[in-house]
Write a protein that binds this ligand. Structure first.
Ligand code: ATP
Length: 364
């Protein structure tokens, strides 16, 4: 108990053994998570994996079937929403259509009987932060989607929460607006030092905004780590396949010394690396599209390396993808647009070092 205050400072939000059942269906199965003070943490996962349910339980909008929630060291599991000192913006954030932007933002303060001058200053400060002070007198219907989203954000931060919970707040926006809002949101979060949990199913959004990312799968946390660790050292096939693109190889580990390969059932040898991989074991390894080099077969110096045929070229402007047929599967390989010119029908050698997933021939 003596040190509980100190650990509360380090872990701003504590999720302890949270379970949520709806009848026989369990949406959250013993979830544990510590969010650090001032951290931007994203929860990533496919539809239905329990992201929103977890966020709603942290917010107090949903009651857990078991477990506890701590905010700033206080057990808030039984506290109603308004007691938790959090701000939130949910997916279908509803602004009050008949109230001006100003009143949409001020409502929370009005309910708290905030004194008039302070209320005015705080609302205008919040609107300034989201660059909407000039539109304070408009009605929501007179705003663009991005502006409405920013009103919702201002409404959340005007109460000066220490914690901001965001459930796909940018999902309704088109790509450009969404990217602008991502930058603004991140800047705001850092300026105010807000501990933020951000639910999304957009992997790029999660990787680019977050200090750490949680990847969920069917009610459990599959991996928690920095964006770099999640992308480059996924702990499972599920994470590797969900966050970014991956091509998987299954085979037996061969080799001696440093040079190890994975021998596939068709005889192909794929160079691999990973921690503590053991010769003779079977393993699953993966490669990312941008880890692969394609060489026309006649200039390849690596006999036995995977060979494929270019099926299609997809041009994206700043880069291109080659779709490569490799036995019974198709693989995507990324190239800067000034990369080697290959054409459909070309036979190519794939030069890549695949990474062995843990628990598959790897010691750790
Ligand atoms: P999405 O990205 O689609 O919003 P999610 O990961 O946020 O998905 P949740 O909304 O947390 O998923 O739902 C998790 C699971 O719990 C889903 O299978 C959903 O159908 C179920 N669920 C959610 N709310 C209820 C409810 N009130 N009653 C019964 N089942 C529910």
């Amino acid at each position: 108990p003596l040190f509980s205050g100190r650990s509360a400072m380090m872990h701003h939000i504590g999720v302890r053994n949270i379970i949520k059942n709806w009848g026989a269906f369990s949406a959250l199965k013993d979830v544990n998570l510590d969010v650090r003070e001032g951290e931007f943490l994203s929860i990533l996962g496919p539809s239905g994996c329990g992201k929103s349910t977890l966020l709603r339980i942290i917010a107090g909008l949903e009651e857990p079937s078991g477990g506890e929630i701590f905010i700033a060291g206080q057990n808030v599991t039984l506290d109603p929403v308004w007691k938790r000192k959090i701000g939130f913006v949910f997916q279908n954030f509803a602004l009050w259509p008949h109230l001006t932007v100003f009143r949409n933002v001020s409502m929370g303060l009005e309910l708290r009987k905030t004194e008039k001058a302070e209320l005015y200053n705080r609302v205008m400060e919040a609107l300034r932060m989201v660059q909407l002070e000039a539109l304070a007198d408009r009605l929501p219907a007179q705003l663009s989607g991005g502006q409405q989203q920013r009103v919702a954000l201002a409404r959340a931060i005007v109460l000066k929460p220490a914690v901001l919970l965001l459930d796909e707040p940018l999902s309704a926006l088109d790509k450009n607006l969404r990217q602008d809002m991502q930058v603004e949101l991140k800047a705001l979060q850092q300026t105010l030092g807000l501990t933020t949990i951000f639910v999304t199913h957009d992997q790029e959004e999660a990787l680019s905004l977050s200090d750490r990312v949680v990847v969920m799968n069917k009610g459990v946390i599959e991996q928690l780590g920095t964006p770099d660790a999640i992308y480059n050292q996924p702990v499972s096939e599920y994470v590797a396949g969900f966050v970014g693109e991956a091509c998987f190889f299954e085979g037996r580990i061969e080799g001696n010394g440093q040079a190890k390969t994975l021998r596939l059932s068709d005889g192909t040898a794929v160079p691999i690396r990973g921690n503590g991989i053991q010769v003779g074991q079977s393993a699953v390894a993966f490669v990312r599209p941008e880890w692969i080099d394609l060489n026309k077969l006649d200039i390849s110096l690596s006999p036995g390396s995977p060979q494929g045929t270019i099926e299609r070229l997809m041009f994206f402007g700043q880069s291109s993808d080659y779709l490569v047929r490799l036995g019974d599967r198709q693989l995507r390989v990324k190239y800067k647009s000034d990369g080697p010119r290959l054409a459909p029908g070309d036979t190519v050698a794939l030069c890549c070092v695949a990474r062995v997933l843990p628990g598959n021939g790897a010691a750790s």
